[in-house]
Design a protein around this ligand. Sequence first.
Ligand code: HEM
Ligand code: HEM
Length: 175
Amino acid sequence: MKLTNTITEYGFISKIFHWLSAAALVIQIPLGFYLVDMDFSEKRLTIESIHVTLGLSIFYLTLFRLIYKTFNPTPVLKHNIFPGQKIIAKLNHVLLYAAVLVITISGALKKLYNGEELNMFLFNLEIQDNFNLAEIFYEIHIIGNYTLIALITLHISAVIIHKIFFKENLLKKIL
Ligand code: HEM
Ligand code: HEM
């Protein structure tokens, strides 16, 4: 397996980025929903701190992934199975990246506008509190999450549909 992408194949680095992000999100989304249902306690603070640390790790991972993507070719999608199929696939990929960035940035802004200090790993951030904006960014965080769940469902359904109806194994491209 090649380390970097070619125009026909994903390399090892892209595959690692893909599966690390997928694994982190599979933990992070349920963790977020679990967190909001908890009453205030030591355990809640620990879970929230894990959620924030994992969330910021996903943010940096996605940034590195996108920077890497600009220096490296993206494998071309094969022929259209039906009109517009390649556009839908591309749009799904772009929106997956966008949703992850919107969720992580809105989560961070929710905490910051709540007047909390945020450890961004390399530096600490703190801004003037604004509870109205904190509420708005939290709404964005929630809507972003439902959008991401829909996009991931579509993404995985596409792989299954390709396999069953078009006898095309997309999964081996990314494994
Ligand atoms: C079981 C779960 C998953 C499966 C089976 C899967 C499968 C795939 C496959 C087969 C491709 C290559 C598509 C192609 O080039 O034809 C791909 C690409 C991609 N996947 Fe997934 N995926 C999964 C989870 C996720 C998750 C959770 C995300 C959320 C961020 C994600 C984001 C992406 C992105 C952004 C690409 C495009 C990469 C690029 O070219 O920039 N995937 N995935
Ligand atoms: C891709 C990364 C992330 C995902 C998938 C995610 C997911 C979630 C989900 C599903 C919820 C529950 C929303 C609800 O139904 O009320 C939530 C809540 C929350 N998230 Fe995230 N999150 C991510 C990143 C972050 C980041 C980076 C931060 C902060 C730096 C953050 C801070 C919070 C906070 C403070 C809550 C609300 C807890 C509460 O006050 O009850 N999240 N998140």
